[in-house]
Write a protein that binds this ligand. Structure first.
Ligand code: SAH
Ligand code: MG
Length: 194
């Protein structure tokens, strides 16, 4: 089902920005480790990481996943249905910064995966902190970008994110660089401490 999700996403012309299989499994493992019942994902694409996360859920749990692009959402919903996970996934179509303020009633989330537009990472991280509880894990994808420090808007927002996370006394935070089929990149993990 996971391979099928990648194939159908590619066939539909979606960008090849899904997490790698080993990173998908790592996300599942982390979400299981914290016993996640409520998971929030920002950036669905074709639902590949969504499927990994939905498979991690404790019984009765749910993944809420946010996607701005209707075509991506359509492909994702088909892939999620194909994986038999429709009842465990709630896809919200719309720009994440519009949807996030509507999620207060469903918070706190036990596990939050940020994987949408990089320019908004600092904003998404700030929202994640609001929607988390003590003990929640926040994972942020694509924070290394081949290690290149270029003075463009994305690098600026990444530097802003690192400064924000390092200064935030509510979290214990680190970042890991990865090299794999998706090249050189990395992710950050924050544990919400209070
Ligand atoms: N998590 C996916 C990959 C996500 S790629 C996986 O690993 O399988 C990033 C996605 O974020 C794209 O589908 C893009 O359309 C979406 N996106 C970009 N900007 C967004 C925004 N402002 N709000 C919601 N989704 C956004
Ligand atoms: Mg990513």
């Amino acid at each position: 089902m996971l391979d099928l999700a990648l194939q159908s996403s590619e066939a539909a012309g979606l960008p090849l920005h899904s997490v790698s299989p080993n990173q998908g499994k790592f996300l599942m493992l982390l979400a299981r480790t914290v016993g996640a019942r409520a998971i929030l994902e920002i950036g669905t694409l074709g639902g590949y990481s969504t499927i990994w996360l939905a498979r991690a859920l404790a019984s009765g749990g749910k993944v809420t996943t946010l996607e701005a692009n209707p075509q991506h959402a359509k492909v994702a919903l088909a892939n999620i249905a194909c994986a038999g996970l429709t009842d465990r996934v709630d896809l919200r179509l719309g720009s994440a910064l519009d949807t996030l303020p509507t999620l207060n009633d469903e918070a706190p989330y036990d596990f939050i995966f940020i994987d949408a537009d990089r320019v908004n990472i600092p904003n998404y991280f700030t929202w994640a902190l609001k929607l988390a509880r003590q003990g929640s894990l926040i994972v942020v994808d694509n924070v290394i970008r081949r290690g290149v420090v270029i003075d463009d808007s994305t690098s600026q927002s990444l530097r802003q994110f690192f400064a924000l996370a390092a200064a935030e006394r509510k979290v214990t935070f680190t970042a890991m660089q990865t090299v794999g089929i998706k090249g050189h990149d990395g992710f950050a993990i924050a544990l919400v401490e209070d």
